[in-house]
Design a protein around this ligand. Structure first.
Ligand code: ARG
Length: 460
């Protein structure tokens, strides 16, 4: 019999039960539901709203129920509808009338808001930890590659000289923003909604601050209507995860390119690659491709939940039950991807020779050539035009800039001297880019230091 059956003359249709029930997925919040109920019962007892002895009995029985779920002794059938009623029904089955007192001064609306916030807060902490490990991996790869010359690109055309270390630190900085974005949304969601009741709070003298303290919430929500209607915390999490996945997807795209024979800048370890069922030579970067693919799925969760919420009147509407699967799916996939992605990077082989060869072609020192002229008095625009002409000639003759004789160079500008050849050396070009943010080895060391202290502050 349903907890709410009193008002009804007949049972719900079986198909309605199947559609209505959320237990199949919200049972994942059993720990949050039970610890939330324990804190609520303790508060009811302390406030004299229920008999303290009964509160104790409720709490110890909830503890047993938690243990039984954890050991696999207890599962919930579809009939219980959702985790909240499942736990309450089991409690009442075990201790009778005392169990029936647990729901005093509470509604499933503030209960689900509480459970979901608690679940998401945990997920944020876990994902943040995985992200910090990925950043740590990037910092270590960068450290080993501060002098690994590599072309950087715009429009996927070789642009200017950089290093693989500089490149890795670009991604580390993107992930640093992801970490702080998660921290920001954690801080905003750190409010206890319990006590909002169904929507108009309660007449009982509850102590919301005590429950907040007990459950590790920094604050309490300030308005009961908002407390039960709000799903911003879930949407913010999905937004933060979507941006994170966008970063990982861009990284994946580069990894896929770098693995191709056209680049061969890196080679993924066999343990993190897959083969083809027909082409014996294939070694495919499936991890990176799956990351790129799952990005669409995480965006889908964000769009899904935004769309669910977009026209809902206050306060609770059953539409909101659709929030959990979106969040669970996104969190599961991000948590699955991050450790594999980290391991894939830590085990890849970096082909520094191939990167260097690529950096030595494609005129990536053309800007440095123009800068050479500027440092000897030419206005940048004129220098730019001269070097453009030189490149044009080189393309026709199949030469590199540094292969032009000093006479050939002087034909376009008398300012060229023999020190131009060292200025065009790509290692020099990198070394000279030592302003903050640049790819010069000692500057990248500084950038690594910043990321390392960022990680250390959070791991302490
Ligand atoms: N299973 C519901 C959910 O996930 C719990 C809240 C139900 N509240 C209600 N008024 N029907 O949203």
């Amino acid at each position: 019999m349903k907890l709410w059956s009193g008002r009804f003359d007949k049972n719900t249709d079986k198909l309605v039960d199947e559609l209505n029930a959320s237990i199949t997925f919200d049972k994942r919040m059993y720990r949050e539901d039970i610890t939330g109920s324990m804190a609520h019962a303790a508060m009811l007892g302390a406030q004299g709203i229920i008999d303290p002895a009964e509160a104790d009995r409720i709490i110890s029985t909830l503890r047993d129920i938690l243990a039984d779920i954890q050991s696999g002794k207890l599962d919930f059938p579809l009939e219980v509808e959702d985790i909240h009623m499942g736990v309450e029904a089991e409690l009442t089955r075990r201790i009778g009338d005392s169990g029936k007192r647990l729901h005093t001064a509470r509604s499933r609306n503030d209960q689900v808001a509480l459970d979901f916030r608690m679940w998401i807060k945990n997920a944020v902490i876990e994902i943040r930890g995985l992200l910090l490990s990925l950043m740590e991996a990037l910092a270590s790869i960068a450290k080993a590659n501060t002098t690994s010359l590599m072309p950087s690109y715009t429009h996927l055309q070789r642009a200017q000289p950089s290093t693989f270390g500089h490149y890795m630190m670009a991604y580390a900085n993107m992930l640093k923003r992801d970490v702080t974005r998660l921290e920001d949304c954690f801080d905003r969601m750190d409010e206890l909604p319990l006590g909002s009741g169904a929507l108009a709070a309660t007449t009982y003298p509850i102590d919301r601050y005590a429950v907040a303290r007990e459950l590790g919430f920094e604050r309490i929500t300030d308005n009961s209507l908002d407390g039960v209607s709000d799903r911003d915390y879930a949407i913010e999490l999905l937004s933060a995860l979507s941006i994170l996945m966008m970063h990982l997807s861009r990284f994946s795209e580069e990894i896929i390119l770098w693995c191709s024979w056209e680049f061969k800048y890196i080679e993924l370890d066999d343990a993190y690659s897959t083969g083809s069922s027909i082409m014996p030579q294939k070694k495919n970067p499936d991890i990176a491709e799956l990351t790129r693919g799952k990005t669409g799925r995480v965006y889908g969760s964000l769009m899904g939940l935004l769309t669910v919420m977009k026209a809902l009147p206050l306060a609770y509407n059953k539409d909101m039950q659709e929030d959990k699967e979106q969040v669970f799916d996104a969190v599961d996939n991000v948590k699955k991807i991050l450790p594999v992605f980290t391991a894939m990077l830590l085990t890849m082989k970096v082909n520094t020779d191939n990167m260097r060869k690529a950096a030595e072609n494609g005129f990536i020192n053309a800007t440095d050539c123009a800068d050479y002229l500027v440092k000897r008095g030419l206005p940048f625009r004129d220098a730019y035009t001269i070097v453009g002409r030189l490149v044009n000639g080189c393309v026709a003759s199949g030469k590199k800039l540094e292969e032009l004789s000093i006479e050939e160079l002087r034909e376009l500008s008398p300012v060229f001297d023999t020190d131009i050849y060292s200025a065009l050396d790509p290692d020099t070009c990198v070394k000279n880019r030592k302003v903050p943010g640049g790819p010069a080895p000692e500057e990248v060391e500084r950038q690594i230091g910043i990321i390392e202290s960022f990680i250390a502050e959070r791991k302490a």
